[in-house]
Write a protein that binds this ligand. Structure first.
Ligand code: ADP
Length: 597
């Protein structure tokens, strides 16, 4: 099979993305390669495709064990023979994997860098044909990067122990010139074919806000994005704990993650988020490196990070499956003081001289300055970051809060008409919650008791999320279309007449993210999408894997837009590997057909 056939058969894609092909071709002619590509650009394909074509095994070194299980599960689902070895496995399991490795069962093995120092692993490596060694998150090798891991420095020694030098490849999402040089020299890449792909992530919308009260702003965004999976980043464990507590009390579907939590709890919480059992995870930057969750729909920074690299990497965890996603940064001056404190009180690092420490301090201060400029300046946010990474970017992107202006307006006349009519028909004496239930088409004892389910507008907004209906109600109340009396009963004001009977339209001013949200819901058959999600959940639970490993949200959305009728039409949907069409095609098609008829 050639590389295109492999791409199609195992991964379900019809073409390579920018940069992927150069690196794959490099590997296939036996050269070392280095890929510098932003999160979500598709680094994994660059080594997974050639790994399936080379004669021997590929060893992938990855720093976070949390990631390995998902990546390996996902590959196994696609029919790729692979396994991982790390501290989460028992000794017996490790011995079994290594025995299978010797028997030639696997094409790809994921390991944590520490594994390269264990004798038993070295012995096995001495006996198998290793075609390629792939270093993921390669910036960890450099003290100048933002995530130095000393165990990465041993990779070079490991390679020297092998009888035959494998092809070496290194991948990272962020690398300044100095880090790139370190990657080459400290891992020992030999004149690598290098691909630096555009850092632009068109599907991400960037917004910076400077709210008076961050908590109020956060709630507003969480309500706006409800139903999507998202990360809220804080700069300290204390903030994570406090926010988690507040949001839990307020009944948000939320979990938390930071390095101070017991290991078991970290793992459980992370799984809750990855498996879509909790919508939101509040976390420090300890969460996320290597997390391969493709359907993160938003990333909100409750605090500003210390540099653009960190910000772009963390925000970049949104929208990995290519769907539109929102990256919101809530900024205030206190964030700068916290970051200054981190710089002035760095972690101990004995391997650095005083002079080097001072140089790193200066560098970090400079980076902080540029981060603050991002938050407070008036330049196009996307282009500001692209220039930071050394790309040419001029003009305006029209997809960030600076280009669009935070405030924009949308027409909410139809929503208004439905809501006003519902309030009227219900006798102008029901409260917010009941009106929401009526519009949503939700029966309860109270509604049945008063036979309100019989009114004409019952279920008039059944496709709209409850939180969105509430938001509309609040808007119409605050803008004087609806009156609420002391008991919370809603009635119509004079202003409604013109809308209901004289064709007057209502335009609502709103932040751009909110506009995106209402536009995004237009082509999608929301009901079908929800049904597909439920079916996926059933399948995932039976197979014991996270939902998105069965099919990503982006694929489900495509299905809910395109509604394929046959396996052939299904296989044309981007992102469904041949294996998956075979495995799940029939059940999904069945559901779609039923829904459409
Ligand atoms: P990275 O490691 O660079 O952050 P991944 O390798 O996880 O990114 O890929 C991000 C997403 O892009 C995945 O859902 C992956 O399946 C998808 N992807 C990768 N290559 C392609 C391609 N050629 N065409 C379409 N989607 C792709």
């Amino acid at each position: 099979m050639n590389k295109y056939e492999i791409l199609n058969k195992y991964f379900g894609y019809s073409s390579f993305r920018q940069g992927q092909e150069d690196l794959i071709d490099g590997i296939l002619v036996g050269k070392d390669v280095m890929g510098i590509m932003p999160t979500g650009a598709g680094k994994s394909i660059c080594f997974q495709v050639p790994a399936l074509m080379l004669s021997g095994i590929t060893i992938v070194i990855s720093p976070l064990i949390s990631l390995m299980k998902d990546q390996v599960n996902s590959l196994i689902q696609c029919g790729v023979p692979c396994a991982y070895i790390n501290g989460s496995l028992s000794e017996t399991q490790i011995t079994r994997v290594m025995a299978e490795m010797l028997r030639g069962k696997y094409k790809i093995i994921y390991v944590a860098p520490e594994r390269l120092e264990t004798q038993s692993f070295l012995e096995v490596c001495g006996q198998v044909d290793i075609s390629m060694l792939c270093v993921d998150e390669a910036h960890c090798v450099s003290q100048w990067g933002h995530d130095f891991r000393p165990s990465y420095l041993r990779i070079k020694d490991f390679v020297a122990t092998l009888k035959k030098r494998p092809i070496l490849c290194a991948f990272t999402a962020t690398a300044t010139q100095k880090v790139r040089e370190d990657i080459i020299s400290l891992i020992g890449l030999n004149n690598p074919v290098t691909a630096v792909t555009g850092f632009d992530r068109e599907n991400l919308y960037f917004e910076v806000v400077r709210p008076k009260d961050k908590l109020v702003a956060l709630r507003r965004y969480l309500d706006l994005f409800s139903g999507r999976s998202g990360i809220v980043y804080c700069s300290s464990r204390k903030n994570v704990d406090a926010l988690f507590e507040i949001l839990t009390k307020e009944k948000y579907s939320v979990t938390k993650y930071h390095a101070g939590l017991p290991r078991q709890m970290r793992k459980e919480n992370q799984d809750l988020f990855i498996n879509d059992e909790k919508e939101i995870i509040v976390a420090t930057n300890a969460f996320g490196m290597g997390i391969d969750k493709s359907n993160v729909g938003f990333v909100i920074h409750y605090n500003m990070p210390g540099d653009i690299e960190s910000y772009y990497q963390e925000a970049g965890r949104a929208g990995r499956d290519g769907s539109d996603a929102d990256c919101i940064l809530l900024y205030n001056g206190a964030d700068v003081r916290v970051q200054r404190f981190f710089i002035d009180n760095p972690e101990e690092n004995d391997s650095l001289s005083d002079k080097e420490k001072e140089e790193i301090r200066r560098l970090r201060l400079k980076k902080l300055e540029l981060m603050v400029e991002y938050c407070t300046g008036n330049m196009c946010l996307r282009h500001y970051m692209l220039r930071y990474f050394g790309e040419k970017a001029q003009g305006r992107c029209q997809n960030c809060s600076v280009c669009n202006g935070n405030e924009t307006s949308v027409d909410v006349t139809t929503q208004g008409q439905k809501i006003f009519s519902c309030i009227k028909r219900a006798g102008e004496k029901e409260n917010r919650h009941t009106v929401m239930c009526l519009l949503k088409g939700k029966e309860n004892e109270y509604i049945k008791g008063k036979e309100l389910q019989k009114i004409k507008t019952f279920g008039a907004m059944e496709d709209v999320a409850e939180s969105q209906i509430m938001m509309h109600l609040d808007y119409f109340i605050s803008s004087g279309f609806i009156n609420a009396d002391s008991k919370g009963r809603l009635s119509l004001s004079e202003k409604c007449r013109a809308v209901l009977f004289e064709g007057k339209r209502i335009r609502k001013l709103l932040p751009k993210a909110e506009k995106n949200e209402s536009e995004k819901q237009s082509n999608l058959d929301v009901k079908l999408f929800l049904k597909l999600k439920l079916l996926r959940k059933e399948i995932a639970q039976k197979s014991g894997v996270p939902d998105f490993i069965v099919l990503t949200d982006a694929v489900l959305k495509n299905l809910a837009v395109m509604k394929p009728k046959s396996e052939i039409e299904l296989s044309r949907i981007q992102g469904i590997a041949e294996n998956k069409v075979k495995k799940y095609g029939a059940v999904f098609l069945n559901l779609i057909n039923k829904h459409c008829s």
